[in-house]
Design a protein around this ligand. Structure first.
Ligand code: CTP
Ligand code: CA
Length: 227
């Protein structure tokens, strides 16, 4: 796939990528989050740069170096991530690789929550739904070409297809997160891409850097109207 990049298959395109987890504060010292190393999203940012794109990377809290020439914006919560994406629009392509927290605490306590020394009671946290960043951007009039990731532990292709349709996406990457070989902190990945227009595409296990280039090449081909 390397030759697909040298020729600038994404030259002049703006690619917006979300990566990493989001963290939703409970109080000043506690939060709720998801497993996500951010490695896949950062590898995609690098691959899109290699393909000649201008890249905006909206990153949740991860400790990864910023790839050369990528414009990185750090965020914490899902709502911050959505606001940063909206500010970065318009884009030609959105790749939503972030593991966004689906819920956040209804209220963020101003001060650290203290245990009641007189009781052994548990704590009940009320959570409310976060906005769906990908679905929100896919519903805009100036919607980009939309690529989602479906992280599933069962019924992979069924759930992924449902997300492709429900969120009005162009492609979805169906990722089996129950497979330890390609798990959350792994340097490798393998997945099936479901393309709304062209059916399924299997990507064999390889490094995240390589699979990112293959996925970016597929996206670049899909942006060509003549193909
Ligand atoms: N996503 C998003 N904003 C959210 C939730 C998800 O942008 N609030 C994006 C993810 O980045 C991913 C896709 O939507 O590209 C699917 O995320 P996933 O968590 O697999 O699906 P959900 O729609 O949240 O459904 P569920 O977690 O219930 O399986
Ligand atoms: Ca989710």
């Amino acid at each position: 796939a390397a030759e697909l990049f040298a020729n600038g298959s994404l030259t002049g395109r703006h690619v917006l990528i979300t990566a990493g987890p989001t963290a939703e504060a409970i109080d000043p010292v506690r939060y709720i989050t998801n497993h996500s190393s951010g490695k896949m999203g950062f590898a995609l940012a690098e691959a899109a740069i290699e393909a000649g794109a201008r890249v905006t990377l909206i990153a949740g809290p991860v400790h990864l170096p910023t790839p050369d020439r990528v414009q990185r914006i750090n965020v914490t919560s899902a709502r911050d991530m959505l606001a940063a994406c909206e500010k970065a629009m318009p884009a030609d392509v959105l790749i939503a690789a972030a593991a966004v927290a689906d819920y956040r605490p209804e209220v963020i306590a101003d001060h650290k929550l203290k245990k009641d020394p007189a009781s052994e009671d548990g704590l009940l946290l009320r959570l409310v739904r976060n906005p769906d960043i990908l679905a929100t951007l896919a519903a805009r009039d100036d919607r980009p070409f939309c690529v989602g990731f479906a992280a599933e532990t069962q019924n992979l292709l069924e759930y992924a297809t449902r997300k492709l349709n429900d969120k009005n996406l162009d492609l979805i990457v169906a990722n089996d997160v129950a497979n330890p070989a390609i798990g959350f902190n792994s340097d490798d990945n393998a997945f099936t891409v479901i393309d709304r227009a062209r059916g399924e595409h299997r990507f064999a296990q390889t490094s995240k850097a390589k699979i990112a280039r293959q996925l970016v090449a597929l996206i670049a081909r899909r942006l060509q109207p003549q193909e």
